[in-house]
Design a protein around this ligand. Sequence first.
Ligand code: AMP
Ligand code: ZN
Length: 308
Amino acid sequence: MKCTRCRSRAEVYLRQHNSGFCRRCFVVYFHRQVTRAIEHERMFTTEEDVLVAVSGGKDSLALWDTLHELGYRTTGLHLSLGIGAYSDHSTEKTKRFAETRDLPLITVPLAEEENGLAVPAVAAFTHRPACSACGVLKRHYFDRLALDRGFPVLATGHNLDDEAARLLGNVLRWQTDHLARQHPVLPPTHERFVRKVKPLFRVTEYETAVYAFFRGIDYVIEECPNSVGASQLLYKEVLNRLETTSPGTKLTFLQEFLNKGRPAFAEGEPVPPQPCESCGMPAYGHVCSYCKLVREVETKRERTRRHA
Ligand code: AMP
Ligand code: ZN
């Protein structure tokens, strides 16, 4: 098979675009998909400082590499979650990536933050699934650090598979409030929130893996030992089966939802968040989800201490 762009030997074939690419042209194709997402959805400009959330996995490192190559002003933000060797490896890979490209990186070890709360401790003390505790911690630190350091926008490495699976989950339960908010660009709904964007929403997980490989990016291959929610994995599997028989299903499902479906759910003004009584960050109750989690942990810790 020949490369669709330059007619040399193709190394990768993308059925959903009916195109084959050699290494060099695949990288061009990938950058174009990301540029299209950024420009079409007005995510950010080359004049803005973008905070990129990097886990050390293929998606977020591919994202950081792409944004840097395309000439955007980027700073990495890495949270060291305290999940044993997995977190140590993730932090190592992220640091090395930043060093070799001379890019600024902010690393936050959660265990050393004000209340010493890393993911395992939180999960153990609250009986919440580790992934749900982890999600609350990540969202809180992303919001707070972007705000404290003065970044107008935060980018994450969510890809097409992530977004299509999330859409399927929301549709299966008809979670209309979630459907109204599912978009690759979330404008701030409060002055203490920054814009949140997902520039990889048009490229598949397979494509980010190919990109990382072609670009020689060294990333953490092992999955988080807590593993992502089982249902999310099942939705991805189902979508991949549909994609096999009908290439392009994932992109059409998501893109047409954004074009036609979402406006039907997004009617009316969303209820604006109020400042959290405890930390001042925006919250949808008296206290934000993060402070609720911290209080839960503190109560349990206190109880354990008294019984010790
Ligand atoms: P996940 O929720 O693990 O699928 O990750 C989704 C996105 O969140 C990644 O592509 C990253 O942009 C970001 N992210 C996940 N874990 C971390 C972390 N430990 N530090 C910084 N960003 C992260
Ligand atoms: Zn709070």
